[in-house]
Design a protein around this ligand. Structure first.
Ligand code: GLN
Length: 474
């Protein structure tokens, strides 16, 4: 597929709609007409809200006619991951167990984009409850990579990244617990940000592992990524973990102290990915960044710690799906509720979800709690300290987002092999720091991404670096 031609910037599009040079309804109608052709092969969407999108577009045209000031995302199309609630659109989370569940309210992030006149095009496919990195673990079939339909788009926000990469929408919202925004951003050659934990509200977002989950933006341009982040970020009293902290003042790329973290280039890394990311680091140095190499000791236990804590939190979170309160129910009104719960859960959860509920329950059970869960939490603390020390010396940490190129759809790997490719993305979730994936080109015709991490609430520095790199390499 031929992709990658860039439409005008969002600011330019909003200006054209406001001045009535562009008719928003026509613009949305033509996008909505092209979308199904592309999505027949890609399968990014689980639900498309055509009528609602057109109605919103007419509303925007009306505002433009009356000279009412338009929002910062007026007429811009957005795809929303299926774990984020949009009023009156089904939320399945990629699971059969939520089939038929239609949330009666918008998540805060959706409220915020709508308040800026952004147009929700629909809900996107994902690995069931966010558990995966290929979008093949969706109960509704896999999504394919728009750059190469034989390949996966990454996951778990694979539908969101594929929608943006395939130009079906300009923007997308994803959710990242252990890499689910950055992995598909890397595999689909788009920008994706996992914000600081607490920077973006989780209200109305179906949880996977609460101490890691963050909603974030996906876009084809660094500038658009930043704009969407600006719109969705900020304190929300409806989310207990939402932060009130001010954002830090961004540092420019010139003079920026960048650490190439040696563990991020560890064994198993694809040679093509390594070359692209090292070249990109070289480019940052050419542009005035001070790039050095360093190690962060506790990083070696990050992956194990992540999978223990994430599964523990997931096993407790997923206990709410019992066939009574939400979605699918195979045995309505039965007095033997234990048998009824078991029947629905056995039939409606996928294999990977069940595996994680079992493992999560195991590491939390008496006798194993100390050996696994507590140990993993200690490793998490050590990693936080390791990052604090690193950020005393460096402004930004750098590595490949994914150590590999996008795998083929249907390629068989063991669960453990599958978990291993998250090795570079989970540290940002364990420590809560912001992390961006920046496209750095193609190896063997497949996209790769570079990951930059900054201290808490320093998204600004990541955007500055992403923009400078994009400008220099466009
Ligand atoms: N692949 C990771 C996992 O399966 C990340 C998931 C995510 O970020 N939602 O846990």
């Amino acid at each position: 597929m031929r992709l990658g031609t860039l439409a005008p910037s969002i600011a330019e599009m909003v200006r054209r709609i406001a001045s009535q040079e562009v008719n928003c309804e026509e613009h949305v109608a033509s996008k909505m007409e092209r979308m199904p052709r592309m999505d027949r092969d890609v399968h990014a969407f689980l639900f498309v809200a055509k009528e609602e999108a057109l109605a919103k577009a007419r509303e925007i045209d009306e505002k433009a006619r009356k000279g009412v000031k338009l929002g910062r995302l007026a007429g811009v199309s957005i795809a929303v991951k299926d774990s984020i609630n949009v009023k009156s659109m089904p939320s399945t989370c990629g699971s059969k167990i939520l089939e038929g569940f239609v949330p009666p309210y918008d998540a805060t992030v959706v409220e915020r984009v709508r308040a800026e006149d952004c147009i929700v095009f629909g809900k996107t496919n994902m690995d069931e409850f966010g558990m995966g990195n290929t979008t093949q673990a969706s109960a509704y079939g896999p999504t394919r990579n728009p750059w190469d339909l034989e390949r996966v788009p990454g996951g778990s926000s694979g539908g969101s990244a594929a929608a943006v990469a395939g130009s079906m929408t300009t923007l997308a919202l994803g959710e990242d617990t252990g890499g689910s925004i950055r992995c598909p951003a890397s595999f689909c050659s788009v920008f994706g940000l996992k914000p600081t934990y607490g920077a973006v509200s989780r209200y109305g977002v179906i949880p996977y592992a609460n101490s890691f989950d963050q909603v974030g933006p996906i876009a084809r341009r660094a500038e658009d990524l930043e704009l969407l982040f600006d719109v969705i970020a900020g304190h929300d009293p409806r989310d207990m973990t939402s932060a009130k902290e001010e954002r830090r003042k961004p540092k420019p790329l010139k003079g920026l102290k960048v650490a190439k973290v040696s563990e991020f280039f560890g064994s198993g890394i694809d040679a093509g990915v390594q070359r692209l990311v090292l070249d990109a680091a070289g480019k940052l140095a050419e542009m005035g960044a001070k790039v050095e190499e360093t190690g962060i000791e506790a990083l070696s236990s990050a992956l194990a710690a992540y999978y223990i804590v994430a599964m523990a939190e997931a096993s407790s979170n997923l206990s709410r799906y019992d066939g009574v309160r939400y979605g699918a129910s195979l045995e309505k009104g039965s007095a033997d509720w234990n048998a009824a719960f078991a029947k629905t859960r056995t039939a409606c959860f996928g294999e990977e979800v069940k595996r994680r509920i079992l493992l999560g329950t195991f590491v939390l059970s008496a006798g194993y709690y100390e050996a696994y869960y507590l140990k993993a939490q200690s490793a998490r603390t050590l990693l936080r300290r390791g990052f604090e020390r690193a950020f005393k010396k460096y402004d930004v940490l750098l590595g490949p987002t994914m150590p590999v190129l996008p795998p083929k759809v249907g390629e068989k790997v063991s669960p453990l092999e599958d978990y291993l490719i998250d090795v570079n993305t989970v540290p940002a979730n364990l420590t809560g720091v912001p992390s961006v994936s920046i496209p750095v080109g193609f190896a063997s015709g497949l996209p790769a991404g570079m990951q930059l991490m900054a201290p808490h609430f320093d998204e600004g520095t990541l955007f500055a670096a992403a923009r400078a790199y994009e400008e220099a390499t466009a």
